[in-house]
Design a binder for this molecule. Sequence first.
Ligand SMILES: NC(=O)c1ccc[n+]([C@@H]2O[C@H](COP(=O)([O-])OP(=O)(O)OC[C@H]3O[C@@H](n4cnc5c(N)ncnc54)[C@H](O)[C@@H]3O)[C@@H](O)[C@H]2O)c1
Ligand SMILES: O=C(O)C(=O)C[C@]1(C(=O)O)C=C[C@@H](O)C=C1
Length: 320
Amino acid sequence: MTNTASKPLFDTVAFIGMGLIGSSLARRILRDGLAKKVTCAVRSEATRDRVLELGIANEAYCDIKSAVVDADLIMICAPVGANETIGAQLAGVLKKGAIVSDVGSVKQAVIRDIAPHLDEGVSFVPGHPLAGTEHSGPDAGFPELFEGRWCILTPVPGESEKATALVQALWEACGMKVECMDADHHDRILGITSHLPHLIAYTIVGTATDLEDALRQEVIKFSASGFRDFTRIAASDPTMWRDVFLNNREAVLEVLGRFQEDLMALQRAIRWGEGDKLFELFSRTREIRRGIVDAGQYFTNFSAEGEDRHSDETGKKKPD
Ligand SMILES: NC(=O)c1ccc[n+]([C@@H]2O[C@H](COP(=O)([O-])OP(=O)(O)OC[C@H]3O[C@@H](n4cnc5c(N)ncnc54)[C@H](O)[C@@H]3O)[C@@H](O)[C@H]2O)c1
Ligand SMILES: O=C(O)C(=O)C[C@]1(C(=O)O)C=C[C@@H](O)C=C1
């Protein structure tokens, strides 16, 4: 990968997990010279070989210790359910002054599972880039993924401000806007904006799949774009999302309760022919959608050719 050169922020960045997010960040770091060296820990020899073949790390290992021992920044990019096991392998291994960060979709659980394992002199800066697709694995990543999107950092009180500033500088160099907040606030916001929509998508596609065979075939054949839009996020990685729901239980259950009440109200409005209520809600939601588009939070993942890299209409990633 060519280096379009800026000043390196780190000597060595080590990745634990090289899937969609890890490999996108590694590609960006190598492309733009944001670190002198990228190492990674993966779980299988096949993935290690693929990472080296793709040229998205300078060194790749099948064990965590070899990848992280000399690293200045350790970026955990695995499903959040793996954090307890990963954290335990970081204890007593990292350099003094090293920074540990992550990209997990929930933040309180990450702090719970990683922080207790870190030695004195090691800083922890939990983070979450709000950018992704429904694809996974090292082939799915691309360096423009983060461009123009938000990244939330949830620094733990008392941690080094210098470490937070460095992690912030890294995400900004990847084109992200960065904001800091408490981990519990993050988990409540993302429960609404990301976790609930995925749960709804999984449910709708599941309901359609459970229909009797003939009907199901027709649902697939005549899929209007409304249903197709849901199938895109319902194709997201099952391990990642299982771990998200199990690790943001409280916030998801709270917002799900509200959602069920609102759905009941809609059900009632339809039953009683209350068109005004339906019209009023649909008008409000249309305004919200327009606000999101105006805020630039829609389709900002473009390749150098200006092509949308999220997916095409069939839900498949467009070829590189
Ligand atoms: N996909 C998204 O849209 C998105 C967006 C933002 C953040 N995230 C978060 O980023 C993290 C990674 O997600 P992704 O989409 O890159 O997933 P992915 O499935 O593409 O990659 C995860 C990688 O982690 C590896 N892994 C799993 N368990 C491991 C372990 N114990 N040790 C080392 N490696 C392990 C897997 O082999 C895989 O290569 C998750 O925590 C997810 O919540 C995902
Ligand atoms: O666009 C998508 O495919 C995504 O689902 C990305 C998305 C999201 O919900 O916005 C998914 C999980 C994350 O933690 C962050 C981003």
